[in-house]
Design a protein around this ligand. Structure first.
Ligand SMILES: [Fe+2]
Length: 320
């Protein structure tokens, strides 16, 4: 075995050891088979993490919208027309209110990102060098519009068979069909293409199913898996935190390079800085900016080398 093959085996072993440590083997098998899996609350959200995240999201909604959300009957978000409604072309928002960039709102969201179960699954799908693309909150009340089936892989079909991106969604209220759950087409991650327009309505696609997940679960899917959401026909709110992650060469939804306060980095381990894109440098606008960006990223790359013992961490060869 040459040196690079030995390094790769070490990375694979690291992720496999984490899968076994957290007892995730059966969920990995389901993920490979169906393209999605549901990690139950006792594994995904120990210590009432789910209830605490729900409370934090309700606080963010009150701060941003100026009124407390009505969790019980959902009147605050009924037929919500949010800041993105002009782009969706639907009667009301298919996903309710999308509150973006949660990571800066509460230290609890840092804990949610650093959840070892979440990181193990993200590393399995997108490699140990996976980074955060975005962390938001969907808050949806009773509505008319289903969310069209799509893949999360941000490129045209045909798609590569491996997961270039992955989605790990904290389910903070019970998910089922009438509650407006996520819709999945099982096995669709193997087709390596996005749905055509005539296949994309979850209400008409005979292969689309509603995921059943109790509050506190983590729903995880491969970037190629066809998914959307059913409308919510019951009173109340559907609340979730999609943690959308990507291989580091994929353009991210949130631009976090240089945006993270030092105290946030200081109170977390070096992987947090890596996840928040601080080890990346692309996006420059001039030679001086390029040099400054590499100067900024370099200590974070070196910190990951020391943290993981993986000397190739700063190399593009690790980005595969
Ligand atoms: Fe999606």
């Amino acid at each position: 075995m040459d040196a690079s093959a030995a390094t790769q085996a070490t990375l694979l072993e690291r992720i496999w050891d984490e899968i076994r440590e957290h007892k995730l083997e059966s969920f990995i098998a389901e993920l490979d088979s169906k393209g999605f899996t549901v990690i139950p609350p006792e594994l995904a959200c120990p210590g009432n993490l789910g209830e605490r995240l729900l409370a934090a999201c309700l606080d963010v909604a009150e701060r941003r919208n100026g009124e407390p959300p009505d969790l019980k009957d959902g009147s605050s978000h009924a037929n919500f027309k949010g800041h993105l409604d002009k782009f969706t072309g639907t009667a009301d928002s298919p996903f309710g209110d999308l509150m973006q960039s949660l990571i800066f709102e509460d230290q609890l969201f840092e804990k949610a990102l650093m959840n070892p179960v979440l990181l193990t699954l993200a590393s399995y799908l997108c490699g140990y060098s996976v980074v955060l693309s975005s962390m938001g909150c969907f808050m949806k009340g009773p509505n008319q519009s289903s969310f069209a089936l799509h893949t999360d892989t941000p490129m045209p079909s045909p798609l590569p068979p491996h997961s270039m991106v992955c989605n790990l969604t904290y389910v903070l209220t019970d998910f089922n069909r009438k509650n407006g759950a996520t819709a999945f087409v099982p096995g669709s991650h193997k087709w390596c293409r996005a749905p055509e327009a005539h296949e994309s309505n979850p209400d008409n696609n005979p292969h689309a199913i509603a995921v059943e997940a109790a509050a506190g679960s983590l729903v995880v899917w491969h970037g190629n898996t066809w998914h959307g959401a059913f409308n919510r026909s019951r009173p109340g709110l559907r609340v979730s935190i999609p943690v959308y992650m990507a291989r580091p060469y994929v353009r991210s939804q949130e631009g976090l390079i240089g945006e993270v306060p030092q105290e946030m980095l200081d109170r977390n381990d070096p992987r947090f800085a890596w996840l928040l894109q601080q080890g990346l440098s692309y996006g420059w606008s001039s030679q001086d900016d390029a040099i400054a960006r590499v100067e900024h990223s370099s200590p974070h790359v070196q910190a990951m080398v020391a943290y993981t013992g993986e000397t190739r961490f700063g190399s593009n060869t690790l980005y595969g």
